[in-house]
Ligand binder design. Structure first.
Ligand SMILES: Nc1nc2c(ncn2[C@@H]2O[C@H](COP(=O)(O)OP(=O)(O)OP(=O)(O)O)[C@@H](O)[C@H]2O)c(=O)[nH]1
Ligand SMILES: [Mg+2]
Length: 202
């Protein structure tokens, strides 16, 4: 992430709330029936994909050491005139059935993939295929972050895209973005793309 972008993010950071607790329904009630000024964004993906690392890199630009998320982490920040409500949900297998309790009123899904974990790409595809057909996400924009690109063994994003079947997904706005949550590379491009989609529906 460039310094400028980080500075902008930090200068407009309005409220930051961190929650890491047991399962809860992630209801955000103030979208119903009116033009959203806040955008609910879910950060999903398998355990160890780098979701929490990405969340805190984005919001604070700090490299944090994470522990596996039990439940969720929540952060909000305002970028330009748009407030992002970011829900980072634990990705361990036992928690995945609970993901859909968070889907209501979601405008975007940031789906994080560990680009070095080739063995689990079929499991990644299975989860992506499941959530993308969920009625509560029918209007959501999907940003796939091919994370951990700082690692030499990381798979090329175009190959990840192919293995996840992304080119054949026509039902949603969807884009794959290579990134490293560890050093921030690619995060700006990804967030700007989501921002452009939100701006387009204003
Ligand atoms: N090299 C490298 N390591 C990363 C990157 N992103 C995350 N990691 C590491 O991957 C591990 C898992 O990161 P988390 O952010 O906790 O993963 P998570 O997706 O939140 O996992 P759950 O909470 O269990 O669902 C940690 O050791 C991170 O330091 C990255 O871009 N590059
Ligand atoms: Mg986590």
């Amino acid at each position: 992430m460039t310094d400028t972008f980080t500075n902008v993010l930090q200068s407009v950071l309005s409220v930051s709330i961190t929650v890491n607790q047991q399962e809860s329904t992630a209801e955000v009630s103030n979208f119903v029936g009116k033009k959203p000024l806040e955008h609910k964004v879910l950060i999903l993906g398998l355990d160890n994909a780098g979701k929490s690392t990405l969340l805190y890199k984005l919001v604070t630009d700090d490299g944090v050491s994470t522990v596996p998320t039990i439940g969720y982490n929540f952060e909000e920040f305002t970028y330009k005139s748009i407030k992002f409500l970011l829900w980072d949900i634990g990705g361990q297998e036992a928690m995945r059935p609970s993901w859909e309790t968070y889907f209501d009123n979601t405008q975007a899904v940031i789906f994080v993939v560990d680009s070095t974990d080739l063995k689990r790409l079929p499991a990644v595809k299975k989860e992506l295929d499941k959530i993308i057909v969920n009625d509560n996400l029918s209007e959501a924009t999907f940003l796939i972050f091919a994370n951990k690109q700082d690692q030499v063994e990381a798979l090329d994003p175009s190959e990840i895209s192919k293995r996840l079947g992304i080119p054949s997904i026509t039902s949603h706005h969807i884009r794959i973005q290579p990134c490293s949550a560890a050093n921030g590379g690619g995060l700006e491009e990804g967030m700007n793309w989501i921002f452009s989609k939100f701006s387009a529906v204003k």
